[in-house]
Design a protein around this ligand. Structure first.
Ligand SMILES: [Zn+2]
Length: 234
């Protein structure tokens, strides 16, 4: 085999190592995304419950303010009643007092209900908090395992990339540039073995004369169709 091809093949092996580590790192992503989705659903449920509880509290305060307002007005009417002299005016005030009283009864019933609503909403917050805490605890171990795996892969990637850089040193610059160019293309690798007289990548037949050159290691030949570099498999 051509000595430059041997150096390129060694480089291609190092690139395969780098690629394998990167693939293993990517394989961690779906599991992590699934954990995030699961957690986010619980975070959202908790936030919704908290918002509902805050809404129930606000509703109760609003009713309290309104009831206090009604009561103040009733008090004013009662005081006015002490001063009115005319029967017509007095009866009008009495009617207002009666009407306001019935409104107040309704508001006070609403107020009682709003207290129950707060209790209910707070119970839902408690349940959602519990569920959220449970999922966080449940995920802790799995997330730690992913983090450890990623750290291990980062170390391996560093090693593989260093070995790759080392392997490029034995390849001639022009050939290295050609190799890198092919790698950026569509073929999954830059070098392919001859397979039954054809390109190992695209299966186009390679003319006998060039096959002989490849087999004798006399020159470096590329496939005329897909452009990958060809070597004779042992
Ligand atoms: Zn080809």
């Amino acid at each position: 085999m051509h000595p430059d091809l041997e150096a390129l093949l060694a480089l291609q092996e190092r690139d395969k190592d780098v690629g394998a580590v990167k693939k293993a790192m990517e394989a961690l992503l779906p599991e992590e995304a699934a954990l995030d989705t699961e957690l986010n659903a619980h975070v959202k449920a908790l936030e919704d419950a908290q918002r509902a509880a805050a809404g129930a509290e606000a509703r109760k305060s609003e009713l309290e303010a309104r009831i206090a307002g009604y009561k103040r007005m009733q008090e004013q009417r009662r005081q006015q009643l002490d001063y009115v002299r005319e029967a017509k005016e007095a009866s009008a005030l009495m009617a207002e007092l009666d009407l306001a009283r019935s409104v107040l009864v309704k508001e006070e019933t609403e107020h009682l209900r709003s207290g129950d609503a707060i209790v209910e909403a707070q119970k839902r917050v408690k349940d959602a908090t519990k569920a959220h805490e449970a999922i966080v605890a449940q995920q802790t171990e799995r997330r730690a395992a992913i983090t450890a795996k990623r750290a291990e892969l980062e170390t391996r990637l560093g090693g593989a990339q260093a070995a790759r850089a080392e392997a490029t040193r034995t390849v001639k610059p022009a050939l290295l540039a050609r190799y890198e160019r092919i790698r950026r293309g569509r073929a999954p690798a830059a070098l392919f073995p001859l397979s039954n007289g054809s390109c190992g990548h695209c299966h186009t037949a390679v003319p006998l004369q060039r096959r002989v050159l490849i087999q004798q290691g006399q020159s470096i030949e590329g496939c005329e169709v897909c452009g990958v570099l060809l070597y004779a498999a042992e």
